[in-house]
Ligand binder design. Structure first.
Ligand code: G1P
Length: 294
């Protein structure tokens, strides 16, 4: 008989999508930044598919003003499907169906004011209830054979507790990330003894940083509910997570895959090149085009 522990399954994922996307203005003046296309689908769909492939059943969007396009995107579009059927474009129908959310699985809540990532997640408290949940930041895109969240769910099934995706960043960049204070590190799983949001390089406990994928226990809401502000005067998720450490297991997973920061123009352009290059339909042509620019 197996003695392996089983942990409560991760069934829900929160997608904080209320952000303004100022770095992409004027492209994001009207259009949500999460709708920017990465190769053939918007950023939000990449995050959705990764979560769905990891076994997530309920998708919780923390949304805001001018973000209605996001919920529309995942809706059934009968006119479009009829037109494609008439034209015999079955491959396109398949692509469209991939962007449909199953009935009763999309939940929306709003973050009325931009008070920080921790506040955005707190807005989903009621929808999460008392179970572990995932968080997907659609700006962080991870190109991987097995989706990053799937890798994390596998790790979580071994460890339980809290698991965040982590990677080493250049020391000079620590002020852009939540940074780990490391207890032990076996090269894949990092046992975390502390977390600091956006420390200056000279104050950073390491250069191992959190990337936008989390599996957290619901007790994080107890700390978020205090509405304490941290780095940048915002209610920080990292600060609430730090308070769980010591009471609950807290791990980082060095996932396999390449992460792109699609919250920056440069990262977004690089991600588009990388995704296009590995696309069966256009990859070779894209590679040929790129040689023109060397
Ligand atoms: C957020 C988190 C930070 C994390 C980062 C990953 O920061 O606050 O801890 O390292 O995402 O992308 P943001 O990029 O929203 O400033």
């Amino acid at each position: 008989m197996s003695t392996a522990k089983t942990f409560k399954p991760v069934r829900k994922a929160v997608f904080p999508v209320a952000g303004l996307g100022t770095r992409f203005l004027p492209a994001t003046k009207v259009m949500p930044k999460e709708m920017l296309p990465l190769n053939d689908r918007p950023l939000i769909q990449h995050a959705y598919e990764e979560a769905r492939d990891a076994g997530i059943e309920e998708f919780l969007f923390v949304t805001g003003r001018q973000k209605e396009m996001l919920e529309e995107h995942f809706d059934y579009q009968p006119e479009l499907i009829e037109t494609l059927e008439r034209r015999g474009k079955t491959d396109m129908i398949e692509k469209i169906t991939n962007s449909e959310m199953p009935e009763g699985k999309l939940f929306l809540t709003r973050q009325p004011r931009p008070l920080g990532l921790g506040h955005a997640i707190w807005c989903a408290k009621k929808l999460i209830g008392d179970e572990p949940f995932a968080i997907m930041l659609p700006d962080d895109v991870i190109l991987a054979e097995k989706g990053c969240l799937s890798q994390m769910v596998e790790a979580y099934n071994e460890t339980g507790g809290n698991v965040v995706a982590v990677m080493d960043v250049p020391k000079k960049d620590t002020a852009k990330y939540g940074v780990l204070d490391i207890k032990s590190d076996d090269g894949k799983i990092v046992d975390i003894q502390g977390l600091v949001e956006k420390p200056l390089p000279e104050n950073a406990p390491s250069n191992t940083s959190i990337i936008g994928r989390y599996i957290l226990q619901p007790e994080v809401f107890d700390h978020l509910s205090a509405f304490e502000t941290g780095a940048g005067g915002e209610i920080q998720l990292t600060d609430a997570m730090a308070k769980l450490i010591g009471n609950q297991p807290f791990y980082g997973l060095r996932y396999e895959g390449q992460r792109y920061d699609c919250g920056s123009r440069l990262g977004f352009i690089e991600a588009n090149i990388a995704y296009a290059l590995q696309d069966d339909e256009i990859g070779q042509d894209v590679s040929n085009i790129l040689t023109k620019y060397k």
